[in-house]
Design a protein around this ligand. Structure first.
Ligand SMILES: Nc1nc2c(ncn2[C@@H]2O[C@H](COP(=O)(O)OP(=O)(O)O)[C@@H](O)[C@H]2O)c(=O)[nH]1
Ligand SMILES: [Mg+2]
Ligand SMILES: [Zn+2]
Length: 365
């Protein structure tokens, strides 16, 4: 994305993924006055946006730095710039959004959901033919895709390094019906294998453990070393260079690919409903246990244990379901508590209890 970059540049706004879902959100006045632009990269206090003809840096004013994480512009977002194209007028409604949960590790920090990528059409879940391969991790990423309503594709890299790469494909098929692409990410001839998803104006994001080959895949599909020439860096407070979170690259065939050094083993927001969908089989078994408070450990008449004995349910899958459900309810509970505390604090500050506030609302009617 810097001057030396040999990366393809968009020729129109449609090249960046602009479509009716976004254009219909504009009022006639906005259509006339404002310029839509896509967030290509995110810095701490600025964004790099592209409007189809020019790329520019837009400062994130106080209005945005103070906005709740989920509503802050993120990579892939569409914005409206003011007529002078200097400020963000409005963030357009997202078609899809991948969210993470940032847990308050230190005292005073909040557990909150944060948008980490917006308007993603396809999610490449990258894993490799070695010990990194893990069914439970695949299930996690598949849940993320399902929760965001994004089509998942499983990419299994490093097939050149494994004795029996097809074993990994077979193991993946047990977990999901999603398409699978087995590759050597360093092989420059692999692009045709990705043809169904690398379409003009489609935005693809990648998730996967560090070292599985995400950047390599991006470079190979782009046909040049974007990482070498296009990596966006900024200097942090200690004067060190740090790679910014995420940036979008335009591939030669017109697809847009999100490089995600920031999306690794982080906590994603799954959504309770999505978990119920993903683990429908388990949730259908639980009510069949003899005891309503069954812990599925040693109770007689346990439907979960029964399914494990007949081989219908894997212990690993059940444990993964339990772990993800616990994480989800822990995060939901934390956020609910914070919401209540915030409300209490607000009421205390204004010197009125929730009841007074209610009365006041009624009065106004
Ligand atoms: N042999 C082989 N090496 C690969 C493959 N994919 C990635 N690598 C290597 O694995 C290392 C990590 O790859 P990288 O793209 O940085 O992983 P990332 O952390 O997911 O971005 C690099 O040394 C790559 O050259 C592959 O399919 N085959
Ligand atoms: Mg990388
Ligand atoms: Zn049970």
């Amino acid at each position: 994305m810097n001057e030396q970059s040999t990366q393809r540049q968009p020729a129109s706004i449609e090249d960046l993924g602009w479509r009716t879902f976004f254009s219909t959100q504009l009022t006639p006045q906005e259509q006339h006055e404002n310029c839509p632009a896509r967030v290509m990269a995110v810095y701490r206090d600025a964004l790099v946006v592209h409007d189809g003809s020019d790329e520019r840096r837009v400062h994130l004013g106080r209005r945005w730095t103070k906005t709740a994480s989920q509503d802050k512009p993120t990579t892939g977002d569409w914005l409206l710039l003011d007529p002078a194209r200097e400020w963000i007028s409005r963030l357009l409604t997202r078609e899809t959004m991948i969210k993470r949960v940032s847990a308050g590790v230190n005292a005073g920090q909040q557990t909150q959901e944060q948008a980490i990528a917006a308007n993603i059409d396809i999610l490449f879940i990258v894993t490799s033919c070695n010990n990194e391969f893990n069914e439970s991790r695949l299930e996690r990423y598949l849940t993320v895709a399902q929760n965001a309503d994004i089509e998942p594709v499983i990419v299994i890299s490093k097939c050149d390094l494994a004795d029996a790469p097809d074993d990994y494909v077979a193991r993946t098929k047990v977990v999901t019906e999603a398409p699978i692409v087995l590759v050597n990410a360093l092989d420059p001839t692999i692009a045709p294998g990705f043809k169904p998803w690398l379409l003009s104006g489609q935005t693809i994001a990648m998730v996967g453990s560090s070292g599985v080959g995400k950047s390599t895949l991006l470079n190979t599909l782009a046909g040049n070393d974007i990482q070498e020439t296009g990596d966006i860096r900024e200097v942090d407070q200690r004067g060190r260079h740090t790679t910014t979170h995420r940036s979008i690259h335009l591939l030669n065939n017109g697809a847009l690919m999100l490089d995600t050094p920031g999306i690794r083993e982080i906590t994603f927001a799954f959504g309770q409903e999505t978990l119920s969908d993903m683990f429908e089989d388990i949730e259908a078994l639980i009510p069949q246990c003899k005891f309503t408070n069954c812990t599925h450990e040693s109770e007689p008449g346990c439907a979960i244990k029964g399914a494990m004995e007949t081989g219908d349910l894997e212990l690993r899958r059940f444990e993964n379901y339990q772990k993800m459900s616990e994480e989800e309810s822990h995060n939901t509970q934390k956020m609910d508590e914070q919401r209540i505390e915030k409300r209490r604090f607000k009421n205390r500050k204004s010197g009125e209890g929730p009841r007074d506030a209610k009365k006041k609302r009624k009065k106004r009617i």
